[in-house]
Design a protein around this ligand. Structure first.
Ligand code: KIV
Ligand code: NA
Length: 270
């Protein structure tokens, strides 16, 4: 089957067919998630946390993210690959945004880019769309603004804040984005936004009324340590599975049970 493309996502919204998006930052997960039916892969700046070990998404650079995006593109033939524009790589204005997005399209082969913000980034979105670069918006809680927003908190609670989320969604859609991530917004706000914008909404902590959902893969497969955000469902416990397996390997190396004869080669001196 051919690659998922932007019109497929639009048609899914019209049909009322929901689809899944998941982050990916490397070859094996990209191929596996695609095989499992994930329509869109996000090379998120969450790689700051999940790959590079930073404690926020702010430090990751374009040069750190591009090789991961290239790996994901190279490893798939069916999923749509979206790359995040890192903090500091698009805020200056449309020209900076276009220069950065162009690098993701040329050097990584990304199919689309994502950037955070509503009304304040419509000029950037317009510029990219005019250049033929599909843009996914991201509103509600935007992790790159965590310091301005006062930490990880729900956005759009109360009438005024809910109006702001809706206005951001409408502005992003009007600027030409092909989809919008809604992060940590109340369910009724996500529902109304989803009804009022013609483009697909991709929820994370935004309820089941969105057109699609996205999660960070290490969160939903149980690699992340500590308390998970409320919006994550943990579908597997890879920390336990991998920890047990590696522990056995360590033990068997120590005892000499690994490697066994079938893992070895003969020949050499006669
Ligand atoms: O970077 C990321 O993983 C994201 C998603 C959680 C939407 O932006
Ligand atoms: Na992100």
């Amino acid at each position: 089957p051919r690659r998922i493309r932007i019109p497929d996502l639009q048609q899914a919204k019209v049909r009322g067919e929901r689809w899944a998006m998941l982050t990916s930052y490397d070859t094996y997960t990209a191929a596996l998630f695609e095989r499992a039916g994930v329509w869109a892969l996000l090379v998120g700046d969450s790689a700051a946390n999940t790959v590079y070990g930073y404690d926020s998404t702010l430090p990751i650079t374009v040069d750190e993210l591009i090789p991961l995006a290239r790996a994901v593109v190279r490893s798939t033939h069916r999923s749509l690959v979206v790359a995040d524009l890192p903090f500091g790589s698009y805020e200056e204005g449309p020209n900076q945004a276009l220069a950065t997005a162009t690098r993701f399209m040329k050097e990584a082969g990304s199919h689309a880019v994502k950037l955070e913000g509503g009304v304040r980034v419509v000029d950037q979105i317009r510029k990219l769309v005019a250049a033929g670069i599909p843009v996914m918006g991201h509103i509600g809680f935007t992790p790159q603004s965590e310091h301005a927003l006062g930490g990880y908190r729900v956005q759009g609670r109360g009438d005024d804040a809910a109006d702001t989320v809706l206005a951001d969604a409408l502005a992003v859609a009007e600027a030409g984005a092909f989809a919008i991530v809604l992060e940590m917004v109340p369910v009724d706000v996500a529902k109304r936004v989803t009804a009022e914008v013609a483009i697909p909404t991709v929820g994370i902590g935004a309820g089941a009324d969105c057109d699609a959902q996205v999660l960070v893969w290490q969160d939903m497969l149980g690699l992340r340590k500590g308390r998970l955000p409320r919006f994550v469902r943990q579908y597997a416990d890879l920390d336990a599975v991998m920890g047990e397996a590696v522990g056995r390997y360590v033990d068997e190396v120590r005892t000499g049970a690994f490697p066994a004869p079938e893992h070895t080669f003969d020949g050499g001196w006669s």
